[in-house]
Design a protein around this ligand. Structure first.
Ligand SMILES: *Cc1c(COP(=O)(O)O)cnc(C)c1O
Length: 410
């Protein structure tokens, strides 16, 4: 944690800085990364609406450049609130450093652009956020980077796909929307034996449910738009990892300009205060809804890592503290329209893409994200017409179950 920034805190009787070392997640979410005594003696971090930051005189500019002092210079390179959020997110992940972006996709693009060169290869587990796949397949390829996809959870195939040009192994855990879970021990072991860096997009798990850095993963990525912000009111993204490894990533972000405005950062910091409480409710609601659906006669199959019937349940049990709010399920003998009718009959969850906010959201992946694809393409991505994805918010779980029940019983 940083030293107090206000002179009123210099007295020997003032409260000392908190040391993050032995604090638990709920305390870190509230306090980590923040100065104890803030400008204006405010308990919250102020929103500095500044695109640039001033120097007292020319010598101050020269001192800043020569001594590489930690202070602000120009808004594209960062702002005070953003640094607080980065320290807080690094503390939540037990990582050395974090680089914050204006969205999760900006974070993925920023990391890969900083780390890869023409001729390099990356290997993906194939169940992944469709825009990540699109970025690698359509855009990184234009810069001479080859993407190989292997079946999710096939560690032998991933290892076999490694060549001397392979620079990064990439996966989500859990994946979206199938909620497959990665055995981090195996994943990290492959990377380390071959000297290849590893990246886990842990957006669906969050640091409450999954600890990839502790498992030895090099980079963890989050769309902070989801659980970290948590209120369906902002976009942000973050890459966490080692300080030295993230230095070129931070430098490229300063060129890309994929940064957050001060107000957006304030919303993120505000959302993070309740992170632990929200995750507990998301986990409870996810489990309750998944168990309800599994026992419903109109439901063919439920994908939820907390269910013993989930193919990845053993890995999830081994690696996760809870299983999150996202529940995917298939309806029995339902075409796309009958599936849409269930969604339209639900009264509490709103129809929208995204997940991880306080409001529950519901959608049909075939319509929401894969509508323009051919049935064959949808099949290769494992998106049948009768699939529903429910992102449980923090409403009362029994209300969510009762609402789904009336929608299914129509
Ligand atoms: C939403 C999401 C992203 C993209 O994040 P944005 O903040 O929307 O840019 C990446 N990965 C996963 C798993 C996501 O759910």
């Amino acid at each position: 944690m940083t030293t107090p920034s206000s002179s009123s805190a210099d007295s020997s009787r003032s409260q000392g800085p908190l040391s993050a070392g032995d604090l638990k997640l709920g305390t870190l979410a509230v306090h980590a990364g923040e100065a104890r005594q803030k400008p204006g003696d405010s308990i919250t971090d102020p929103v500095f609406c500044a695109s640039t930051f001033t120097f007292a005189d020319t010598q101050a500019v020269i001192d800043y450049i020569e001594q590489e002092q930690p202070r602000e210079e120009y808004g594209r390179y960062g702002n005070p609130g953003e640094r607080v959020a980065e320290r807080k997110l690094a503390a939540l992940e037990n990582a050395e450093d974090a680089v914050l972006y204006g969205s999760g996709m900006a974070a993925i693009v920023g990391l890969l652009m900083a780390k890869l060169n023409a001729g390099d290869e990356v290997i993906f587990f194939d169940e992944c956020y469709h825009r990540s796949r699109e970025f690698c397949g359509k855009h990184l390829s234009r810069f001479g980077v080859t993407t190989r996809q292997v079946k999710t959870g096939d560690y032998d195939a991933m290892e076999a796909a490694i060549t001397p040009a392979t620079k990064m192994l990439i996966s989500e855990s859990p994946t979206n929307p199938h909620l497959s879970c990665i055995d981090l021990e195996k994943f990290v072991d492959i990377g380390q034996r071959h000297g290849v860096e590893t990246l886990i997009d842990a957006t669906l798990a969050t640091p409450y449910n999954l600890r990839p850095i502790d498992a030895g993963v090099d980079y963890v990525l989050h769309s902070a738009t989801k659980y970290l912000g948590g209120h369906n009111d902002l976009l942000a993204g973050v890459v966490v990892g080692g300080k030295e490894a993230l230095e070129p990533v931070r430098n490229l972000r300063g060129i890309m300009g994929a940064i957050n405005g001060p107000q957006n950062v304030y919303l993120l910091l505000r959302g993070l205060k309740t992170f632990e409480l929200r995750m507990q409710r998301h986990n409870d609601n996810g489990m309750l809804v998944a168990e309800f659906l599994e026992n419903h006669p109109r439901v063919e199959r439920v994908y939820y890592p907390g269910l013993a019937s989930h193919p990845y349940h053993e890995i999830a049990r081994k690696t996760m503290r809870g299983y999150g709010g996202l529940v995917t399920f298939l309806l029995k003998d339902a075409d796309w329209r009958a599936t849409a009718d269930v969604i339209d009959a639900a009264k509490i969850p709103r129809i929208a893409p995204s997940l991880g906010g306080v409001e529950s959201l519901i959608e049909q992946p075939m319509v929401m994200s894969y509508y323009k694809l051919t049935p064959e393409e949808r099949q290769t991505f494992g998106i049948p017409d009768n699939m529903i994805r429910m992102a449980c918010g923090i409403e009362d779980g029994e209300d969510l179950v009762a609402d789904l029940s009336q929608a299914l019983d129509r």
